[in-house]
Design a protein. Structure first.
Length: 293
């Protein structure tokens, strides 16, 4: 993905009635070199993805987990059983498939969430009101995104996006949302980036959503005239910056997650708002990186 300032040309729509993805007889959603992306097929693969999450969230980012999770060295919660788990695997690694997982994303579809009490991010943000406001749209929640340090490259990120895009098209998703995280629990340490988001990307109108009142932390930490856009984008986590480039909006207010040692913002991405150049890049049928499958 290019590193220029955010495009303002996000008006090109893809349409809500997306086509079903046809990737042949395989369940592989994309390949680049030795890397491939697909959904987890077995409980063992989900367990291995939870081990990758533990490495990133607990060992690297110092998240707090319960004693059982620490003993098993797994990042686990009750939502795992409800979600599909998107994987990126490096097939050049010798060993079992479980040893080849280098990145993962957790995907929760609208109907599954509603049948089980709501979305994970509803514990921090008022996503219930957002969903209720759009009774004709199907939502998907993205979460627990992580990649092992040595694989944090353009190719891995492209495959994660390829997998999410193919999955969204297959299930006729109209909008995606999820938490994006800044490291640490002091929002003021991210005053430049958070203020930029507040002044330039906060969702309004029918897409507005905010932090729950008892968790709300102010994002407007600097006056708009004091913000250097290039420096703000440079200071932003790559995942959040990537969402913005796709055409995402941000919910109003941040939330401090003490357990995960992060400051969270809500990412809101209607499919119809995705920048046309990214639709063209990955393919309207998610075929860009699926041709080798």
């Amino acid at each position: 993905m290019s590193m220029e300032l955010i495009d303002r040309d996000f008006a090109r729509e893809t349409g809500a009635a997306a086509p079903i993805v046809h990737l042949g007889t395989t369940d592989i959603l994309g390949r680049i070199g030795s890397l491939e992306t697909r959904l987890a097929r077995t409980e063992r693969e989900i367990d291995a993805a939870q081990a990758v999450r533990y490495t990133v969230f607990v060992e690297e980012m110092k998240a707090q987990v319960d004693q059982d999770s620490a003993r098993r060295r797994r990042d686990v919660d009750s939502w795992d059983a409800l979600c599909d788990h998107l994987l990126v695997l490096d097939r050049s690694i010798e060993g079992d498939t479980e040893d080849q997982i280098v990145g993962t994303y957790r995907l929760l579809r609208h109907e599954v969430a509603i049948a089980h009490g709501g979305f994970y991010s509803g514990s921090e943000f008022d996503v219930g009101a957002l969903v209720t406001r759009h009774p004709d749209k199907r939502f998907m929640e993205l979460g627990r995104s992580c990649v092992l340090p040595q694989y944090r490259t353009k190719r891995t990120v492209e495959l994660l996006w390829q997998g999410c895009w193919a999955y969204a098209l297959k299930h006729r998703i109209d909008a995606m949302f999820g938490c994006g995280s800044f490291p640490g629990v002091r929002p003021e340490e991210h005053a430049l980036a958070l203020s930029f988001l507040h002044h330039n990307a906060v969702a309004k109108g029918e897409w507005a959503a905010g932090a729950l009142p008892h968790l709300y932390r102010e994002m407007d930490l600097m006056p708009e005239e004091a913000i250097n856009a290039r420096r703000a984008l440079f200071a932003m986590p790559p995942l959040i910056k990537g969402y913005l480039r796709l055409g995402a909006m941000i919910g109003n207010g941040a939330v401090v997650d003490q357990a995960f040692n992060t400051t969270d913002v809500l990412i809101i991405l209607p499919i119809a708002s995705i920048s046309g150049r990214y639709v063209n890049y990955y393919g309207a049928d998610a075929g860009r990186f699926a041709s080798a499958c």
